[in-house]
Design a protein around this ligand. Structure first.
Ligand code: MRU
Length: 317
């Protein structure tokens, strides 16, 4: 498992990010010397995953403070770098009164601690011999260390509960096929990458016992935005009577969004799909709360009705 500082860190005059676009082929760092550099790295997905981009933004603001940049401008630039993950704005709100390097590092440490706590809660939901399916990458790379949904898989594996993981490759940028598979390989967890479209037939064959994903923003009613394709997995899981768990820190819960219709969905460059034909490239979709078996945060396992069970699940940095 990668150390949190290997994934992203703040040095005296720079933010250093492991370039997730080039994994697993190459382990290369990108150095950001200003808040604008960090915002560009978030936008271009050098660093990605909801908690990780929140931490990167906190480091970007701390760097701006250390450099004497205009903090209001730095905040605006960072805040607008990607729209869907609420952790980005959450981390910047946290930094407003104390944009120090110590505070940014504390936010990073707290996110990793939240991951460990939620992983322990999530593991209690899995029976021995579980064959899990996961989508996108909700591992340490996405959270600054340990991981949310993948953290839960690590905890379950350590407890002898997890037999195998099906890894959706996750079109179009292959966060599953490149990043999750790499993390599971490093942890020694048996896994196989599948085309996203293979999930239905695996469920029909009885080869999936649970689906675990992360989240980019969870509305107050439990509607959950995550990587495009999560919604279709949840529909499939309901049809095949497979439990569907969202594992995410409380920094991903947005109590200001009443429901999924309040969650902004990022549309990325159609070139990520094809540069030859017209294309449409929504990066996230919203899974209705009714399709979720449970949402797991560091506070515990939340079941429907989520409006009540998520109350109080707000992060304290
Ligand atoms: O576009 P990405 O790679 O930033 O999307 C990431 C996801 O959808 C993750 O599942 C989500 O951020 C949870 S990360 C713990």
């Amino acid at each position: 498992m990668l150390e949190p500082e290997r994934i992203l860190r703040l040095e005296a005059d720079r933010v250093v990010l492991l370039d997730q676009r080039r994994l697993p082929a190459e382990e290369v760092d990108v150095e950001c010397r200003s808040a604008a550099d960090v915002a560009e790295a978030i936008r271009t997905m050098v660093v990605r995953g909801a908690p990780a981009i929140g931490i990167a933004a906190a480091y970007g603001l701390a760097l701006a403070a250390a450099r004497g940049e205009d903090l209001a401008a730095a905040d605006r630039t960072l805040r607008s770098s990607r729209p869907t993950a609420v952790n980005l704005g959450w981390a910047l709100d946290e930094m407003r009164d104390d944009p120090s390097t110590e505070h940014a590092r504390a936010i990073h440490r707290a996110e990793v601690e939240r991951c460990r706590a939620m992983a322990a809660h999530a593991a209690t939901l899995l029976a021995p011999g579980t064959r899990a399916l996961t989508h996108c990458n909700a591992g340490g790379l996405a959270t600054g260390g340990y991981g949310s949904a993948v953290g839960a898989l690590l905890a379950a594996f350590e407890q002898g509960l997890l037999a195998h993981v099906w890894v959706d490759e996750t079109r179009p940028l292959l966060q599953g096929g490149r990043l999750t598979a790499w993390e599971l390989e490093a942890a020694g967890i048996p896994h196989a990458v599948i085309a996203d479209s293979a999930a239905a037939s695996l469920m029909a064959a009885g080869e999936v016992d649970a689906v675990l994903t992360g989240a980019d923003r969870i509305a107050a009613n439990g509607d959950t935005a995550n990587k495009i394709g999560t919604y279709s997995l949840a529909v499939l899981a309901r049809y095949h009577d497979v439990p569907f768990y969202v594992v995410a820190p409380s920094s991903t819960v947005d109590h200001r969004a009443a429901g999924g219709e309040d969650i902004p969905i990022e549309h990325r460059d159609p070139d990520e799909i094809t540069s030859r034909f017209p294309a449409r490239n929504p990066a996230f979709d919203v899974t209705p709360a009714a399709l979720l078996t449970a949402i797991v945060t560091e506070h515990g396992v939340h079941e429907a009705p989520f409006t009540e069970s998520l109350t109080g699940a707000v992060a304290e940095a």
